[in-house]
Design a protein around this ligand. Structure first.
Ligand code: AMP
Length: 405
């Protein structure tokens, strides 16, 4: 199937083809006609499915038809959980907008507010924003919503996990009631569903893969290893398997720093990326990783969210995440756009309960392996598959707020 029958204008079709997209992904094929028709949408889609084009292309087309934004006004607002994702989404939109004349802007925290205020002065057709900075700008009258036509909540599950619900509610209160609402989320917990139902009227529900399942293309490997040997085992794996571009997840910021330093000292160029790093340091680490100047990026869940690297081959869980849904998010970084990827988890005996939660969520037992020279002194106990649980709100780990965006 090509993009032509979806009802997009020739300028957008030209942009899509200039970007090298030949056929729409499943989420695009379903979402584009529905969004063009002005309906509300609740869509289950992970990063990597092409969801950004799925909402951005029809939004741009609909915006083209209306009046341009007046001073400080915004016509389409896209909320994202992290700065990285905001920057990435706006970057994608600029690509789609290359043959149109719509104005796009991105704003997020951690950088000066004044240049953002200046950019918003003339009005913007599309604004991509993280919730906290958007509220700051609104309070300073730098952004106004009288002309708002469409709201997108991108990665809604992650925004809720990160505690943005109050910010989102405050934003919703100041938006015009009559607007199109689009919500995208990798997982649909009861809280995400409740948020979706509270904003959308008569939404079209779109699912392209079963929510809460892992992408079929990802090969999942589990290595049972002692906790104290994890970093050495990782170093050995990277060298043995000759991994080039590896994204390693660490549960803590300090852990991420320590691992990046140890890997670098072992001759594997690495960098850490997390909320304590300046925006400049994070952008630099990401571009060095993309360009192959460093082989390994060690990231916390929040910082890794939305990192879009085409066909990331290897993802490693150095520790299992606190919530099983995060496992799905993490391994969703690989095996994108039909490419095969590998997700390796280094699991120690004390992580049994997280492992059980993951296996229950994905409804699959992960076969255990050991690595020669790193046989564990404490074996992981056996697990059995149980019926899926109703997803519950993840408990906030201590200090969860310390990763501020
Ligand atoms: P997303 O899920 O929106 O983050 O997109 C994931 C990646 O797939 C991005 O690098 C997009 O540029 C790319 N992409 C999106 N749609 C298509 C398509 N129809 N054909 C090829 N690549 C695509």
């Amino acid at each position: 199937m090509s993009f032509t029958p979806l009802g997009l204008s020739s300028s957008l079709l030209k942009a899509v083809s200039a970007l090298g997209y030949e056929s729409p992904s499943p989420i695009q094929a379903q979402a584009i006609p529905v969004i063009l028709s002005g309906k509300d949408v609740l869509a289950a889609a992970q990063t990597g499915t092409g969801k950004t084009a799925g909402f951005a292309l029809p939004i741009l087309q609909n915006l083209q038809a209306g009046q341009p934004a007046r001073a400080n006004q915004v016509r389409a607002l896209i909320l994202t959980p992290t700065r990285e994702l905001a920057a990435q989404v706006e970057d994608n939109i600029r690509g789609f907008n290359q043959f149109l004349k719509l104005k796009t802007t991105v704003v997020f925290g951690g950088v000066g507010i004044n240049p953002q205020m200046k950019r918003l002065r003339g009005g913007t057709d599309v604004l991509v924003a993280t919730p906290g900075r958007l509220l700051d700008l609104y309070q300073q009258h730098a952004v106004k919503f009288e002309q708002l036509e469409v709201l997108v909540l991108d990665e809604a599950d992650r925004m809720l996990d990160m505690g943005f619900i109050h910010d989102i509610k405050r934003i919703l209160k100041v938006l015009p009631k009559k607007r199109q609402n689009l919500l995208f989320s990798a997982t649909f917990s009861p809280t995400v569903t409740a948020l979706g139902e509270s904003i959308a009227s008569n939404p079209v529900k779109i699912t392209t893969a079963r929510p809460n399942t892992t992408v079929a293309e990802v090969q999942q490997r589990l290595v049972n290893v002692d906790k104290s040997k994890k970093v050495s085992a990782l170093t050995t794996l990277i060298k043995q398997q000759n991994w080039r571009q590896t994204l390693v997840f660490s549960r803590t910021k300090h852990g991420a720093n320590r691992v990046a330093t140890r890997l670098t000292n072992s001759g594997i160029p690495s960098a850490a990326i997390h909320g304590n790093k300046s925006q400049g340091a994070r952008t630099r680490a990401l571009s060095d990783f993309k360009d192959g100047k460093i082989n390994v990026l060690v990231a916390t869940d929040i910082a890794a969210r939305g990192i879009d690297i085409a066909q990331l081959p290897i993802v490693v869980n150095l520790d299992l995440p606190n919530t099983a849904a995060d496992y799905v998010h993490r391994i969703g970084r690989t095996g994108r756009a039909g490419a095969t990827g590998e997700a390796w988890s280094l699991v120690s005996a004390d992580e049994l309960s997280q492992l059980k939660d993951i296996e229950t969520l994905i409804q699959k037992l992960l076969p255990r392996e050991t690595l020669a020279g790193f046989e564990p002194s404490q074996m992981l106990s056996e697990t059995r598959l149980t019926a899926p649980k109703r997803p519950k709100k993840p408990k906030k780990p201590k200090g969860a707020n310390s990763e501020s965006f």
